[in-house]
Structures are given as C-alpha cells and as structure tokens.
Design a binder for this molecule. Structure first.
Ligand code: KG4
Ligand code: ZN
Length: 351
C-alpha cells in the first residue's frame, strides 16, 4: 500500500493521543491530557496517568475516527507506542492497540516513541508546512533534537525504519524537567516551561551566568553530545536561596531569562555541533521544549550561521500526540516491514 491508512495510539506519558493518517496526510489528531490531575502533585503521577488513559482511550478513538471521516474497517494498520515511557501508561495503550487489531483483523506495529517524534515531521498538509518554517519533504539523514519533560535526546536518523542512532542524551534530568523544577523554585505553576518562557521575556538573559552542563573540554571528550541539567537546577536554587537569605527580592524575570538562556545555549550548541561534525545539513526539533521561544530563536540563528536547515513541526505535533505514531506506522507499512504480531510488551526503558 503506497498511502496506507493508519491509526496511531500514544500513551507513554500523560497525553492520550489518537492520530489517523493516510500516508503523509494528517486526517485526525485527538489529544486528551490528564495534566490537570497531575498539576497539584507537581509532576506526572504514573498510576493516575494510566487510569486516565483507560478512561480516555475509547472516546478519543471515536472522536478521531469521526474527525477523519473514516470507518475503522478501512484501516490498513494500527501503530502503537511500546516505549520508552511510563510502564503502566504504555500498557494501557498497547493493550488497547492489540484488542483493536484483533477485533478488526488488522496488522499491528509497535513503534519507538522517540522515533515517532521524528515521524511528526513527515506529515504534509494544510498549515503544517508553513509553521515548520521550511517547505518540502524531510530529507535524510537528519539530526534530531528531542526535548520534553521525559527525554532529552540527540539522534542521527539515516532511515526512519532501520537506522536511527542515539548520539547522546541527558545523564540526569530532562530539559523539560529542569524547566518544571526551576519554575517551582520561582513559585510558578506546573508544568513550568511555558511560564518560565513567558516571564523570561521581561528579563535579562545576561543578568546571571548559570553553568552550561557538560561543555568543558574535559567533559566534551566523553560527553560531546550528552546533556546535564541537574547542576544548572542546583545552581539556580543556590542563587535564589542566597538572595532570600540576604533579604533581597528575587528578580524572577532575570533568573528565568538567565536560566532559559543556559538551557537554550547548550541544547542548540550541541545539536548544531553534531550536524557539523557529521556533515548533516539538517536539524529537526521535537518535544514540548521545542515550544520554547529562546530555544527556537537560538536554534534558528545558529542553524542559519552554519548553513543548516532547521525544521520545527507545529506545536500540536511537537508535543506528544498520536499522529506522529500513525505517521511512523504508515512509513513501516509503506516500506513493507513485517508487523509486530501480538507478542510484544511495553518497554519503559526502550533505547
Ligand atoms: O512533549 P511534552 O508535551 O510531554 C512529555 O514530557 O513527553 O513536553 C512537556 C514538557 C514539560 O516539561 C513542559 O514544561 C515543557 O515541555 N515545555 C516547555 C515549554 N512548553 C512546554 N519548556 C520550555 N518552554 C516552553 N515554552
Ligand atoms: Zn515525547
């Protein structure tokens, strides 16, 4: 099938995402989030997320099918995230996908969540390419920087189906996690990334020089493409404590802007360095932190200076969603890959 009709199920974290695509055409992208339930805990509670998926899945599938104007019987295949992510949350999606595949007699494809983020950039359609900043189809190889609350990974993608290499990842906190923890420190609501972004707009990014993790020559030798954000978070905490102990008001916009600058600096410097080192003239951003205004701006500047094409999908496809999983599934079907069968499980630490 050249343009397979595929339904994708994403439940690796707090978003219940159902997407439907026909080849590279996006037909539906339904999201139900349990974030409101986690907010008062200051982080995603795995058990709560799993239960929320169980309740949201069937209605979300119904909505997506209605939005796409298809019948479930028309599907060529079903794709589902099997990892990495929260174990219980993944299990709900995998069990639902298996049930649907058996009931409909359709082939089932288990896909890697991170590779799915890259699949988001393959989708073509109204409104999708303008926001992405570049026209035309994604060419390979590409470097991909995937930054969210759960992951911070730099990938070299030579082939979406068969050749994805992990260049580096965070050795402690994910970038989004760092945003969320620093926001909490500054008294901003959870999830904190968007709030830091907003507040930082009025601050001076050069007010405080916060550390850039794993960028010293001695670190670069072993961790050229790896990230570390826990030292940065601690440094912000110490700075705030010191100000408070001295009885000085904390200049929240300056702290937020200086912190955001440190994160954006390391993320974009390492991603662009990877493109240069490997001779790959393409960089793709994905994950919730790709929404960050300064990350986007600095990535744009540095990519342009290095002659690298920067691709950023629209926000609805940057954050976790089912369309990216369906898109990757469609690639698998079109490439003639064998379905996964029903014997696979959920792998929370899938590489
Ligand atoms: O991809 P995503 O929706 O879910 C996963 O974590 O998988 O990413 C959510 C993360 C949160 O940590 C949130 O604070 C962060 O992305 N985020 C941002 C921004 N918008 C969302 N971080 C920085 N700046 C933003 N504008
Ligand atoms: Zn994700």
């Amino acid at each position: 099938v050249a343009e397979p009709l595929v339904l994708g199920i994403e439940t690796s974290c707090d978003e219940t995402g159902i997407g439907i695509v026909r080849g590279r055409t996006l037909l539906a992208n339904t999201i139900a989030s349990s974030m409101d339930e986690h907010a008062r805990f200051g982080g995603v509670v795995p058990e709560v997320a799993a239960r929320a998926h169980l309740e949201a899945l069937t209605p979300a599938i119904g909505r997506a099918v209605a939005d796409a104007g298809i019948r479930l019987d028309d599907l060529d295949a079903i794709a589902v995230t099997c990892g990495p992510g929260l174990a219980g949350a993944l299990m709900v999606g995998v069990a639902a996908a298996k049930s649907l595949a058996v009931a409909l007699g359709k082939p089932l494809y288990a896909v890697n969540h991170l590779v799915g983020h890259v699949g988001a950039d393959l989708l073509q359609g109204e409104g999708l390419r303008e926001v992405a900043g570049t026209a035309g189809e994604l060419e390979l190889p590409t470097v991909a920087l995937l930054v969210s609350g759960g992951h911070t990974s730099l990938l070299l993608v030579r082939d979406l189906v068969s050749d994805v290499e992990l260049l580096g990842e965070t050795i402690d906190d994910a970038a989004g996690e760092a945003f969320d923890k620093v926001a909490r420190l500054l008294g901003l609501p959870y999830p904190g990334g968007p709030h830091i972004d907003r507040v930082a707009a009025d601050g001076d990014p050069a007010a405080i020089r916060f550390p850039r993790g794993l960028t010293l020559p001695k670190d670069l030798a072993r961790h050229r493409y790896d990230f570390s954000f826990s030292g940065l978070k601690t440094s912000v905490a110490r700075w705030v404590e010191k100000a408070e102990a001295a009885g000085e008001p904390v200049p929240v916009p300056d702290v937020a802007a200086s912190f955001r600058e440190a994160v954006a600096d390391v993320l974009t410097a390492k991603a662009v360095a990877a493109c240069r080192d490997l001779g790959v003239p393409r960089l793709l951003l994905g994950g919730g932190v790709a929404a960050n205004a300064r990350v986007r701006e600095l990535a744009g500047e540095r990519a342009a200076a290095a002659g690298i094409e920067l691709r950023v999908p629209p926000l609805s496809l940057c954050t976790d969603n089912g369309a990216m999983i369906a898109s990757l599934g469609a690639q698998l079907v079109a490439a003639g890959s064998a379905p996964s069968g029903l014997g696979f499980g959920a792998d929370s630490t899938l590489p």
